[in-house]
Design a protein around this ligand. Structure first.
Ligand SMILES: Nc1ncnc2c1ncn2[C@@H]1O[C@H](COP(=O)(O)OP(=O)(O)OP(=O)(O)O)[C@@H](O)[C@H]1O
Length: 243
């Protein structure tokens, strides 16, 4: 692992504004969040439902208007991989079309180059060539998640934010996608912010881990250290609940 940060977050505060007619008051959801994510690192982010994990992901992607603090990117815009890949895909388009969409939107490639890049990415994420003409509904859950990862990779990001990316998959498929994530890190030095409610999965794949509670990072450190010697009561309770 390289010791250069690919992402620095400093004293990040985030608020949501209520919708509705009055729109009075705003609710602070993240409080003074600071951490570094290093090149080639898989950084876990755990915490109970509603603790602010997805909000942090959205803030890093620049999707939230009501932020204070610093988010410093040292690579291209991060890409996101979601829990439910089907919802992120156009059901009426083929895998080839879905994978090549970012190239059509962001790049000036001719048709032959697009085909070449799509074939390359399909091989990289272990999708057989015959999948290229299929629609999302014709794929297995694991294959759909590979398409989702491929769509993120085709834009050559340095950082991928995986938000519960393996949570909806059964254990065998989950293990295969985790292996893909680890291989892409090994071979291409990709970095990940790996958000999960599953502490066992985080232990298996992450180097370090952030623990979030009510919008604050209450503890962070290498996973072995954090799991074997948690300092905070909240982390102890999370670990006890996962056993
Ligand atoms: N668009 C929104 N408008 C207002 N409040 C929101 C919005 N999205 C999330 N929240 C609130 O912000 C807090 C953090 O939610 P967030 O989705 O970031 O948590 P999470 O840790 O990702 O939860 P989960 O594991 O269930 O996905 C919650 O109290 C939630 O109700």
């Amino acid at each position: 692992m390289n010791s250069e940060p690919i992402l620095e977050v400093r004293h990040l505060n985030v608020w949501y504004r209520p919708s509705g007619v009055l729109r009075r008051g705003r609710q602070q959801v993240l409080h003074d969040v600071s951490f570094d994510l290093y090149q080639g690192e898989i950084l876990g982010l755990v915490g109970e439902s509603g603790s602010g994990k997805s909000t942090l992901a959205r803030a890093i992607l620049g999707m939230l208007p009501d932020c204070e603090g610093e988010i410093i990117h040292h690579s291209k815009r991060p890409q996101m991989v979601f829990q439910d890949p089907a919802s992120a895909m156009n059901p009426s388009r083929t895998v080839e079309w879905i994978l090549s969409e970012p190239l059509r939107i962001y790049g000036k490639y001719d048709a032959a180059e697009v085909r070449r890049r799509v074939a390359e990415i399909m091989e990289l994420v272990d999708l057989p060539p015959e999948c290229s003409k299929m629609y999302p509904s014709e794929l297995s859950g694991g294959q759909r998640q590979r398409v989702c990862i491929g769509t993120a990779l085709i834009q050559k990001p340095g950082l991928i934010i995986a938000d519960e990316a393996v949570s909806a998959l059964d254990v065998t498929i989950q293990a295969q996608i985790l292996e893909l994530i680890a291989r892409l890190r090994r071979e291409y030095g990709l970095s990940y912010l790996f958000i999960s409610h599953d502490l066992n999965v985080v232990y298996e794949i992450c180097d370090r881990c952030l623990v979030m509670h009510r919008g604050r990072i209450v503890e962070q450190g290498p996973v072995e250290e954090l799991y074997d010697h948690p300092r905070e009561d909240y982390t102890k309770a999370l670990l006890a609940a996962a056993e």
